[in-house]
Design a binder for this molecule. Structure first.
Ligand SMILES: [Zn+2]
Length: 317
């Protein structure tokens, strides 16, 4: 059997990671480059002229124009965290270089922090992934199917069953029928209104959408250029070529989530857990760069306090 080049690609080795990000000063320099690649920009007024000073062991950038004082972490995902950046970077490494999801419990053990600190780290990183992925719209030929977390997919009658969390899985295919980008979106229900909302968020206007003919998917026709339904009998769509990839991704996603989150609060954190899988799949061609890319995203993500993380709602806009 031939090796799958994506599965067998080299990630970032642990020793390469330690060489690059083993010391606090290295992490600070990397965060500074990620946050201000062209040099300091005042978050208040956009000014560039500044002075620097140290107070209470922290470095401050003071804007010459408006006098606002900024630390490297303030206004970013790292805001308010007492953990050293080395621990944050190790969490970024573990979250991005694992093939599957990593639980807060595993993070706690690897990082030597409390469970609560590990949970916060994990959910803050997932939030950064979710916000980065929320703006991605699929293009070209897209195959979509509904799926459920929390049990086997029910038959047609069971769609929307109470104890399962419905989501839409969609895969963008290239001209050769190979999968390119994916989206996994939690959806309140499979009514026409919810499906149309999903289509507006997830799909570009020129999309040619293929589904298995679930009636509510036809609501997406209002949004996309071409809508085609391939009518299949229940439970049989997995055998059909156009649905092969979407079903493969759904199966892998479920295996990863089941293997990681034994006490998974499906409904509450679905958006973040699905986004984690989506983020990883959409960047699967270049594993070593993921540490730097997620760092870049974290530097541009607003602070996410624990209280807000536990509400698990999406940030508006
Ligand atoms: Zn300023």
């Amino acid at each position: 059997m031939s090796k799958n080049p994506i599965q067998f690609q080299h990630g970032m080795s642990l020793s390469a990671f330690v060489d690059q990000y083993g010391m606090e000063a290295q992490c600070e320099a990397a965060l500074q480059r990620a946050r201000w690649p062209q040099g300091f920009i005042c978050p208040e007024c956009g000014g560039r002229e500044h002075s620097k000073f140290l107070a209470d062991g922290r470095r401050y950038w003071q804007c010459t124009h408006c006098r606002a004082q900024t630390t490297l972490r303030s206004g970013t995902l790292f805001h308010g965290s007492k953990l050293p950046l080395t621990i944050w970077f190790q969490a970024i490494y573990l979250v991005t270089q694992n093939k599957n999801c990593i639980s807060a419990l595993s993070l706690m053990r690897h990082l030597g922090v409390s469970y609560r600190a590990a949970w916060r780290l994990k959910h803050k990183l997932l939030e950064a992934m979710a916000e980065r992925e929320a703006v991605r719209q699929l293009d070209g030929v897209v195959v979509a199917d509904d799926a459920y977390l929390g049990g086997k997919r029910p038959g047609r009658r069971g769609r929307g069953s109470q104890n399962k969390v419905p989501f839409v899985a969609a895969v963008e295919l290239d001209a050769d029928g190979h999968p390119w980008h994916v989206r996994f979106d939690p959806i309140a229900d499979l009514t026409a209104g919810s499906v149309e909302d999903w289509a507006r968020r997830a799909l570009g206007e020129t999309v040619q959408l293929v589904t298995d003919g679930l009636a509510s998917f036809s609501a997406a026709a209002a949004v996309v250029q071409t809508y085609g339904a391939i009518i299949v009998t229940p439970h049989r769509s997995s055998d059909l070529e156009p649905f092969r990839w979407v079903n493969t991704f759904i199966a892998n996603l479920k295996t990863a989530i089941r293997g990681t989150y034994h006490h998974f609060k499906f409904r509450k954190y679905t958006r973040r857990y699905l986004a984690e899988a989506q983020y990883r799949i959409n960047r699967r061609f270049d594993l070593p760069s993921l540490v730097g890319r997620l760092l870049h995203t974290c530097a541009r993500t607003q602070p996410a306090p624990e209280k807000w993380l536990r509400l698990a709602t999406a940030r508006a806009g």
